[in-house]
Design a protein around this ligand. Structure first.
Ligand code: HEC
Length: 303
């Protein structure tokens, strides 16, 4: 077996293990922070979608007198006395068109409104969305579903059927003719109040490890770690290791006969420092040695 390790090396190892544990805990905390930040961002997007939807719903439909080539869909037509034609877009349709624009131009968040029973093929759910809808259907107290999918963060919030939805999603017999004409009487009907009609689904780029790294590896944190190391190093050197070394030298000197070697320490009555206590014990040993030496000297003289 090799030589035992020095206290200095042991103290260093303990310092670095402590540092690693603290960094590990901070990283775990960063993971939580990442979940929170992404969830907040997704929630904000979903809130905007809800607001936009209810803005359209508040007047039943938005009416436009020109259909842009990108958005030629409409649910109703109205021609005024002076032959101007208006095209009506209901909340779901207007939201789908907003989502098309957002998904093309967004730098981060994209969204869709989808369902397990779609009226509109373009709204078909993907695997994450299907499983989220299932979760909301099985447990109607679930507020949201979120998960990481590769480099993305996925978030879904349920859209619950209210009284006002029944006109177009309840009994087909009550539905506006325009809905029946455009979508038939099979798709997305027979819902009841409280049912999960679908979800708002938000997709965000996740925050990678490399993006999160500067939160820990910035000049202030690194400076703090360096300072902690220096304080640790200074403390163990100055108050423990250097004093033990001095004590070793003093004891060796005493053993080799230099009984006048001064022992510098604070007496135990005034100090709780363990090194002072060891010093005191060596001092007592030294004094009893002095006594023995003096006795022997006197005995020698008497003889
Ligand atoms: C004026 C009729 C009307 C009302 C009222 C209405 N919807 Fe719809 N809904 C539609 C139409 C039409 C579509 C298909 C839109 C499209 O083409 O994207 C649709 C689509 C949807 C979709 C997207 C999935 C799919 O089927 O393509 C969801 C989710 C939805 N509606 C939920 C609701 C909820 C919740 C309410 C009540 C708050 C509601 N709707 C009220 C007509 C209506």
């Amino acid at each position: 077996m090799g030589k035992k390790m020095s206290l200095r090396s042991k103290a260093m190892i303990v310092f670095f293990i402590t540092l690693l544990l603290i960094m590990g805990s901070l990283f775990a905390g960063l993971g939580q922070l990442r979940d929170q930040v992404l969830r907040n961002e997704a929630q904000a997007v979903a809130d905007q979608v809800v607001s936009f939807r209810s803005w359209v719903a508040s007047s039943g439909m938005v009416w436009v007198n020109k259909l842009s080539p990108q958005f030629e869909d409409y649910l109703a037509v109205h021609t005024t006395g002076d032959d101007t034609t208006f095209f009506g877009k209901n909340p779901a349709l207007a939201t789908r068109e907003l989502s098309t624009i957002a998904n093309k131009t967004a730098t981060r968040a994209t969204f869709t409104v989808t369902s397990d029973n779609v009226r509109q093929q373009a709204n078909l759910p993907d695997a994450f969305e299907q499983s989220a809808i299932l979760k909301f259907t099985l447990d109607n107290t679930t507020k949201y579903v979120a998960e990481y999918e590769g480099d993305f963060y996925r978030y879904a919030r349920p859209l619950i059927v209210k009284e006002g939805c029944l006109k177009c999603h309840g009994d087909p017999a009550d539905a506006p003719p325009a809905v029946l004409e455009k979508y038939g009487d099979q798709k997305a009907f027979h819902y009841k109040v409280g049912d999960v009609r679908g979800i708002i689904s938000v997709k965000l780029p996740s925050i990678s490890f490399m993006e999160a790294l500067p939160i820990l590896a910035n000049p202030i944190s690194l400076g703090g770690i360096l300072l902690a190391f220096l304080i640790n190093f200074f403390f163990t050197s100055r108050f423990i290791l250097n004093r033990l070394q001095k004590l070793t030298e003093d004891t060796k000197a005493i053993v080799s006969g230099k009984l006048d070697t001064p022992l510098v320490y604070t007496p135990p009555a005034e100090s709780n420092d363990e090194v002072d206590h060891v010093y005191n014990s060596v001092d007592l040993l030294k004094r009893s040695m002095e006594l023995v030496v003096r006795k022997m000297a006197r005995k020698n003289k008497d003889d």
